[in-house]
Write a protein that binds this ligand. Structure first.
Ligand code: BGC
Length: 256
């Protein structure tokens, strides 16, 4: 691994598994990331094999902190109880133990949206923001991170709040993947996002919403049409936030 990196981050998503050595002084990649497609059968073994390949590719030394952002609520030492977008065989598995074994070293696993939120709070759009920040990721699903005065309240699953009027699970209505699947215009999607963020605003009264995920790169196409009172800004680290946040989390919370 290149000397300018102090930690290694991996982000496991519904479509790709991305990894890069991270420069924690600058809050960016120390080398270009490597993306490998998520296997169609995204079982623990198949996914862990890819993470192992990523470590081998970058020749990550055994003492380097390794952080893995994972799309489900993570409590180290406890079995996973909920999985929305990867193979259901993850349920009942201690995710941290599976990756540590596959990688031949202890690794830190953190919810992907929490990782992204922490990265935005340390290095990005929420830097220096007091009070309650709700960082969201819009991708295959909707992920959320609650950060109060710089402290993360982990494992919130507010992408699954039930929308009124029979609209059901929020991520099945308003995730970026739904916009793609239904070939929805950005303006139409923004109306759906208004319903989602409007409800979040009503229940949580945050000081700031940060909108992340790959689609945050084209935020000018939809964010101006999200009609809520709370300030809402695009993530500045976009899709890199999961990798950077996971690496930061591993380096700062290691051994916890
Ligand atoms: C999962 C969350 C995850 C989010 C983004 C949701 O379906 O339940 O844990 O953070 O997707 O990947």
């Amino acid at each position: 691994m290149i000397e300018t990196a102090q930690a290694f981050g991996v982000d496991i998503g519904g479509s790709g598994i991305k990894a890069a050595p991270v420069n924690l002084e600058q809050g960016g990649f120390a080398e270009p990331r490597l993306k490998i497609a998520t296997p169609a059968e995204s079982t623990p073994r198949a996914v862990a094999d890819i993470v192992r390949q990523q470590l081998d590719h970058f020749q990550v030394p055994s003492e380097a902190p390794v952080g893995i952002a994972f799309p489900a609520p993570i409590r180290p030492g406890r079995a996973l109880t909920f999985m929305a977008n990867l193979d259901k065989s993850w349920i009942g598995v201690d995710v941290t133990a599976v990756f540590s074994e596959a990688c031949g070293r202890p690794v830190t696993v953190v919810n992907d949206a929490d990782a992204a939120g922490v990265a935005e709070q340390q290095f990005g759009a929420a830097k220096g923001q007091d009070g309650l920040v709700i960082a969201t990721t819009l991708g295959t699903g909707i992920g959320t991170a609650l950060i109060y005065d710089g402290v993360l309240i982990p494992n919130t699953e507010l992408g699954h709040i039930e929308l009124p009027d029979g609209k059901g699970d929020a991520e099945k209505y308003a995730a970026s993947s739904i916009r793609d699947r239904e070939s929805m215009s950005y303006k139409k999607w923004a109306r759906r996002l208004t319903k989602y963020y409007g409800l979040m605003e009503k229940y949580f009264n945050p000081d700031l919403f940060v909108v992340g995920g790959g689609v945050s790169r084209v935020s000018e196409k939809f964010l101006p049409y999200v009609d809520i009172v709370t300030p809402i800004v695009p993530a500045t680290l976009h899709n890199d936030a999961g990798i950077i946040g996971a690496a930061y989390y591993a380096a700062t919370k290691a051994g916890r």
